[in-house]
Design a protein around this ligand. Structure first.
Ligand SMILES: C[S@@+](CC[C@H](N)C(=O)[O-])C[C@H]1O[C@@H](n2cnc3c(N)ncnc32)[C@H](O)[C@@H]1O
Length: 211
C-alpha cells in the first residue's frame, strides 16, 4: 500500500501537535498523561530491546523527551545511545532540537510513512498508531527495509493505544514476516507487553519477539 495518508488522519496529527504544544510539562508535551513514575515504567522497557551501543531513531519523537530519557536510562545500564528523531510536527521538532542541542542535526521533520532517511539506524522505534491500521504492514516492511540497518532492530510500541502490537500483528499482517521465533518474554515490568521488536536479519528474514 503506497500513496499519502488520508487527509483526516493528517488533520488529527496536526491537532495532536496543537494539544501537545499547549502543555509545558515535557511528559504531557509528549502526549502522556500518567506522570513521571508511569512514564518511566511504561517507556523504559524499550531499552530491553537495546542491548548494545548504537544510534536510535524515534520516528514519532514529539518534543524529544523520550529520546532524552532513553539516553539517560541507557547510560545507567552502561549503554551509549545516540539519539535521532523524526516527527511530523515542525514545532515539536524545534522543541526537540532545543532539548537535545548536541544532536539537533539528527532531528528531522517528516512523515514516518513516506520519509526518505539520510542514513539507516541500528535501532528504530515506531508507534503502531502513527499510521491507520491498514497501513501498518506496509509501514513495517518499509521501516525494516529502508530505515533499519542490516542486523538492526525495529521496536514497535502501542502504549495507551487501542491496538496492542500482538493484535496489530495479527490484523495488520505482520505474519507475513517470520513469526517463528515469536514468544512471550514478559517480565512483569511496566507495559512491556505492548512492545514488539523485529530484528532485521540477513536474507530479509525478520525475527519477531513480543517483549
Ligand atoms: C505520543 S507522541 C510520542 C512521543 C514519544 N515518541 C513516545 O513514544 O512517548 C506521538 C507523536 O507522534 C507523531 N506522529 C504520529 N504519526 C506520525 C507520522 N506518521 N509521522 C511522523 N510523526 C508522527 C505525532 O506528531 C506526535 O508528536
Amino acid at each position: 500500500m503506497r500513496g499519502t495518508l488520508p487527509e483526516s488522519f493528517l488533520q488529527e496529527l496536526a491537532e495532536l501537535e496543537e494539544s501537545y504544544l499547549r502543555e509545558s510539562d515535557p511528559i504531557r508535551q509528549s502526549g502522556f498523561g500518567g506522570g513521571p513514575a508511569r512514564w518511566r515504567a511504561e517507556r523504559e522497557p524499550l531499552l530491553d530491546a537495546i542491548d548494545a551501543d548504537g544510534d536510535l531513531l524515534d520516528t514519532c519523537c514529539a518534543n524529544g523527551y523520550l529520546l532524552e530519557c532513553l539516553v539517560e536510562w541507557g547510560r545507567e545500564r552502561g549503554i551509549a545511545i545516540t539519539p535521532h528523531g523524526l516527527d511530523l510536527g515542525a514545532r515539536l521538532v524545534e522543541l526537540a532540537r532545543k532539548r537535545l542541542p548536541l544532536h539537533a542535526a539528527n532531528l528531522h521533520v517528516g512523515n514516518t510513512w513516506e520519509w526518505e532517511p539520510p542514513r539507516r539506524y541500528r535501532y528504530v522505534y515506531a508507534l503502531t498508531d502513527c499510521v491507520p491500521v491498514e497501513y501498518l504492514p506496509a509501514l513495517v516492511t518499509r521501516l525494516l527495509g529502508r530505515i533499519v540497518e542490516p542486523g538492526g532492530r525495529l521496536i514497535l510500541g502501542a502504549y495507551g493505544s487501542r491496538l496492542a502490537p500482538p493484535l496489530a500483528a495479527r490484523r495488520g499482517g505482520l505474519s507475513r514476516l517470520d513469526t517463528g521465533a515469536c514468544r512471550g518474554t514478559r517480565d512483569g515490568r511496566g507495559s512491556a507487553d505492548h512492545v514488539v521488536r523485529l530484528d532485521r536479519r540477513a536474507g530479509g528474514r525478520s525475527i519477531v519477539r513480543m517483549m
